[in-house]
Write a protein of this length. Structure first.
Length: 272
């Protein structure tokens, strides 16, 4: 989530040629993407954002990437019905409601391109107030959430959703902070990421691997360069056989934001 960041230093920037090429392509795509339509947040007041993260540059980039990849890109399997989405750390719920709104519009126009199976939308947040706000965002936009759960990451939904999630969304707390700032259940949870801004994201990785549906499940997560995304991509491939590469990338003030797309390269089997 957006907050004050230090300027990038050379040791933060990706040095691998292949990943650097991915970043260049992601920047080009971000410039081409038409801006996605943000769901209505008219039910909220400025005071609400004292407790819940206010959509910012990272949110807008995330929606642009989702819109392109899910509803415009020819590389997205059109035969794959979207049956289940899950957003971790949902905040206002804008990303999930954006997908639900788009699917609703597709259905209203009678398009079967993206399937006809009703999609269930799940959201979680450790912040109780965020859950209340996300439910309000869904109601404001005339869509329904299957479940809005106050919990740490997907801890309470893992038994129910393991291997079933088509689209997983996570805009994690990515700001580099002292580790003792991580773990709040208030507004600080929206940005405090600890060492390399990765403490929360790294804990989420095994859950993400367990949740994604084989073979077309995908996760979309926000990173900044301080999070060492190239190292993260190597970890995901080595530990879970998950491919991660930047989808869209954009400079916002003194940082580069990326939407990383995670996809399975093999079916994962887990012991209960």
């Amino acid at each position: 989530m957006a907050e004050t960041h230090a300027l990038r230093t050379p040791d933060i920037i990706s040095t691998g040629t292949l990943f650097a090429d991915y970043n260049v392509e992601a920047e080009k795509l971000a410039k081409k993407c038409p801006p996605a339509v943000m769901p209505s947040l008219h039910h909220l007041r400025m005071a609400d954002f004292e407790d819940v993260y206010e959509p910012s540059d990272d949110t807008f980039l995330l929606l642009d990437g989702l819109h392109h990849d899910l509803f415009e890109s020819s590389s997205t399997p059109k035969s794959n019905n979207l049956e289940t989405t899950l957003e971790l750390g949902c905040g206002t719920g804008a990303a999930t409601v954006f997908i639900a709104n788009t699917l609703k519009d597709i259905a209203a126009h009678g398009s079967e391109e993206h399937g006809t199976v009703p999609c269930r939308h799940f959201v979680t947040d450790i912040n109780e107030r965020a859950i209340e706000v996300a439910l309000g965002t869904a109601a404001e936009n005339g869509v329904e959430l299957e479940e809005a759960m106050q919990c740490d990451l997907a801890s309470k939904l893992l038994p129910q959703l393991a291997g079933q999630v088509d689209i997983l969304i996570f805009n994690p707390p990515y700001v580099v902070t002292p580790d003792d700032e991580v773990g709040s259940n208030g507004i600080e949870a929206a940005w405090a990421g600890g060492l390399h801004g990765r403490r929360v994201l790294d804990r989420a990785l095994p859950q993400i691997a367990r949740l994604l549906k084989w073979p077309h499940g995908a996760a979309y997560i926000i990173t900044v360069d301080e999070n060492k995304p190239e190292q993260l991509a190597t970890l995901l491939k080595d530990e879970y056989g998950i491919d991660m590469r930047p989808l869209v990338r954009r400079r916002a003030r003194n940082e580069y934001l990326s939407v990383q797309k995670l996809t399975l390269t093999r079916q994962l089997l887990f012991k209960d």
